[in-house]
Design a binder for this molecule. Structure first.
Ligand code: NAD
Length: 299
């Protein structure tokens, strides 16, 4: 039997519909919609595409956008001043600094400047600290999206071996903490792991966050494993066209895995949906509103 697909696109749409309905109810009481500011620097085409998707999703959900686009030559002080102004702006519930930044800017210093209550990307040390301690806070979008996808398909995690390949602060590390909070037995593999296959073959739940196209082949996966592919890699084909692929070899994994995320259409749409959910979570927090399930973190 081929693996069942974990349909992130459809689940993300359901979450977005729930958020939109709640916003439509709250907006007249509160007197304003939730607001999200996405800051973009320079002209990286991938960043432009991601920011465009986020702003479109905001518009469809009833979230106001306060995005700013800076020239690649912008100074650290100018971006910092923009963050300070957004921290003070009462119309803005969420601030996201689209990465990567040009090399002359220090992204860590700028990320740390965002008010933790508006840190909808969940990358501020305060929010990462809350995750580590199992306290409420804003959770990183992609890992939280993976957790929602697993929950929506009732995939049991407690006591099961879960392997995360990749240890970035954006995906691998926070995801490993979230799986641990959900009672999985978690291993993190990375570029220096001596025998990757021996580790990945032990996983009931295998998450790939590597950034290497089709690196994970069928022989690295336990039959019946749940495979979540976070990777997004653009391949140029011999005819010059391009195609997005994950870190797993989808065709080879389909007969082996029990569940598998498509790329595109798996984790990517969930990342955007959780960004919206985090903005709504922050709006609820700022206005003393009760959280609805669509914006309440699972772990
Ligand atoms: P990163 O480059 O920061 O981290 C990659 C990790 O992979 C590192 O920890 C490294 O140790 C590990 N790695 C590299 N080569 C390896 C190998 N041969 N064997 C084992 N481990 C290896 O990347 P990231 O920001 O964590 O992103 C990972 C992938 O996920 C990328 O393809 C990125 O585009 C994608 N991504 C997708 C979403 C989404 O919404 N779907 C969001 C963020 C990132």
């Amino acid at each position: 039997m081929p693996a069942q697909r974990l349909e992130g696109r459809a689940l993300a749409q359901r979450l977005r519909d729930e958020l939109a309905a709640a916003i439509a109810t709250w907006r007249p009481q509160v007197g304003r919609p939730p607001g999200l500011a996405v800051l973009r620097v320079g002209d990286d085409p991938a960043s432009a595409a991601y920011v465009g998707q986020k702003e479109k999703a905001c518009a469809q959900t009833g979230i106001a956008s306060f995005g700013q686009h800076f020239a690649a030559t912008v100074t650290q002080a100018e971006v910092a001043a923009a963050i300070d102004a957004l921290n003070r702006d009462e119309r803005v519930d969420g601030i996201l600094l689209q990465l990567p930044l040009p090399p002359h800017l220090d992204s860590n210093v700028l990320l740390h400047r965002i008010d933790p209550s508006k840190d909808v990307d969940g990358l501020h040390p305060v929010n990462l600290g809350h995750l580590l301690r199992g306290e409420p806070g804003l959770r990183s979008c992609t890992p939280a999206g993976v957790m929602r996808l697993l929950a929506a398909y009732d995939i049991p995690l407690a006591g099961r071996p879960a392997v995360v390949v990749g240890r970035s602060i954006l995906v691998g590390k926070p995801l490993a903490l979230m799986l641990l909070a959900a009672q999985a037995t978690v291993t993190i593999a990375h570029s220096r792991t001596a025998d990757l296959a021996a580790v990945t073959r032990g996983a009931d739940i295998l998450v790939l966050a590597i950034g290497r196209p089709c690196l994970i082949t069928a022989d690295l996966v336990k039959p019946g494993a749940v495979v979540v592919d976070v990777g997004i890699n653009r391949l140029t084909l011999p005819d010059g066209t391009t195609r997005l692929v994950g870190d797993g070899d989808f065709a080879a994994l389909e007969p082996v895995a029990s569940y598998l995320t498509p790329v595109p259409g798996g984790v990517g749409p969930m990342t955007v949906a959780v960004l919206l959910a985090n903005t709504v979570q922050s709006y609820c927090h700022h206005h003393g509103l009760p959280l609805i399930p669509a914006c309440e973190p699972l772990v």
